[in-house]
Design a protein around this ligand. Structure first.
Ligand code: 4AD
Ligand code: MG
Length: 465
């Protein structure tokens, strides 16, 4: 349907109706030509491809044509014809032009092609108009859709877990506090600590680091659920893989043990990569050409291989025997860094690896304890170029074991009474995982920095726009 009084360039190019009158609207990418004929490449964000507008200069006001520069927004009416040039299949012979908004060539920051990604981060308000960010944002949209499609096809219920919460799921203490107290003069208790009982929620609250705990409540009623929402971590890590605000997909399933959890993670991620290959071919080809020669080959290889499943303990042995001098020396108990994860995936196995049975000390309180007393049924999915893309586990469903772990970690039992209730009433074996949406997008787009796969990145000292 031609909404907005125009045909989208994507539709126009997909099924070109030669010799019909069309209207297009969009932003000028380039203008070139001579005194008698000019060519405008117009883009409306519906596709990586531009439509070529052919303008017979004698038919138009000179001033009007002069003010159509790179970045201007225009409407063009005319006849769609087979292109005489070799660069494009069709073009529009323009009969009428209207300017919605000019873009002063002296001032418009996206004047030329080939700006660095660093520069584009400083103008995140305009970068969606570049080919690169058009492609990335369309792929991001396709992946979000595919995630909902996958879970719907598999009978999972989309559960909306809260963004403001009183709990700390991961226990890593990296939370943003949500308060309406006067931070210059908060009410205080006798011991000078802030008295949150006078705060909006009557207790200290924060932005969620994960929807998992509430997701488990849903799974122990609806049996298979997923969440897909923003999560927040105040960790001061300025790396190409960390954001302070990122999106996470968290399926949680009653009656799954760790093996089925791994099966689901592998099937899910392969489905998403396949969906991208089948539905985002133009954008992927563009990104491959611009940034990453082996992008499409790498995506295909992930679909075709079986992921390696490996015990943490075996992984440590491989790393120790690798002869590589890592920045963080390897020992049993080490919380693996991206250098170790990438060694296993890229150098040793050359395919994705699911690492399981981690030491309990480096994992969260809720993970199911193994009988060895040392390890838990954690599973991290490690990917080429990324490292950890998924973190998950089977959950401790035994009330006594869970409570004793909570005590060991000096957590306040009263803060999670509602979580513990699920283990008191109708508990069940269950499992789940979290996929970092932007980590997935790093893999699918081949972009190297996580700031370039989210429209408006939030990182330490950076919350412009
Ligand atoms: O491994 P994490 O911390 O696991 C959890 O939060 C669990 N509660 C998930 C669950 O079992 N339901 O985070 C899960 C994933 C990571 O594997 C990573 O992909 C991503 O979230 N992630 C981040 N992505 C971007 N920036 C950050 N700061 C991230 N921290 C984690
Ligand atoms: Mg993790």
């Amino acid at each position: 349907m031609a909404r907005g009084g125009r045909t989208k360039i994507l539709d126009l190019l997909k099924t070109p109706k030669i010799d019909t009158q069309v209207t297009v609207k969009g932003w000028v990418r380039t203008k070139r030509g001579n005194k008698s004929i000019q060519f405008i490449a117009l883009n409306d964000g519906s596709t990586i491809h531009n439509i070529q507008l052919v303008i017979d200069v004698s038919n138009f006001d000179e001033e009007l044509l002069k003010s159509i520069n790179t970045g201007a927004c225009i409407r063009a009416d005319g006849k769609l014809v087979k292109s005489q040039g070799s660069g494009q299949p069709v073009e529009i012979q323009v009969a009428d032009l209207e300017i919605y908004g000019v873009a002063d060539p002296e001032k418009y920051p996206l004047q030329k092609k080939g700006h660095s990604l660093e520069f584009l981060r400083e103008i995140a308000h305009l970068r969606p108009r570049t080919n690169t960010f058009g492609a990335v944002l369309r792929i991001r949209n396709a992946m979000a859709f595919a995630i909902h499609k996958y879970f719907n096809e598999n009978g999972f219920v989309y559960l909306h877990t809260p963004i403001i919460t009183g709990s700390d799921c991961e226990g890593a203490g990296e939370m943003f506090v949500v308060t309406t107290l006067d931070i210059n003069n908060p009410p205080r208790r006798n011991d000078k600590s802030v008295n949150y009982s006078e705060d909006f929620f009557g207790k200290q609250c924060n932005l969620t680091v994960s929807g998992q705990l509430e997701g488990e409540l849903g799974a122990l009623a609806l049996s298979e659920i997923y969440t897909f929402g923003p999560t927040f971590r105040a960790e001061n890590s300025n790396t190409p893989r960390h954001l302070a605000e990122f999106w996470m997909i968290e399926p949680e399933m009653a009656f799954y043990e760790i093996d089925e959890n791994m099966d689901l993670a592998e099937d899910f991620i392969k489905y998403l990569v396949r969906y991208a290959l089948e539905n985002c071919a133009d954008d992927l080809e563009f990104l491959q050409k611009m940034y990453d020669d082996s992008l499409i080959e790498r995506l295909k290889s992930v679909i075709e291989c079986d992921f390696i499943r490996l015990d943490y303990t075996e992984g440590i042995e491989i790393l120790k025997n690798s002869g590589v001098k890592f920045e963080f020396p390897v020992h049993w108990g080490l919380d693996l860094q991206s250098e170790h994860e990438r060694y296993l995936v890229e150098k040793h196995f050359k395919k994705p690896v699911i690492l399981t049975n981690y030491p309990k000390e480096i994992k969260a309180f809720y993970m199911k304890q193994n009988n060895d007393g040392k390890t838990v049924r954690a599973m991290d999915v490690l990917f080429p170029k990324i490292g950890e893309i998924i973190g998950g586990s089977q959950r401790e469903e035994n009330y006594d074991k869970l409570v004793s772990r909570i005590h060991e970690l000096n957590m306040a039992e009263k803060d999670v009474w509602w979580y513990l209730d699920t283990r008191r009433f109708g508990t069940a074996p269950h499992s789940g995982f979290g996929l970092g949406f932007e980590r997935l997008l790093l893999f699918v787009t081949g972009m190297a920095n996580i700031r370039d796969v989210i429209p408006f990145p939030r990182t330490p000292k950076n919350a412009e726009f």
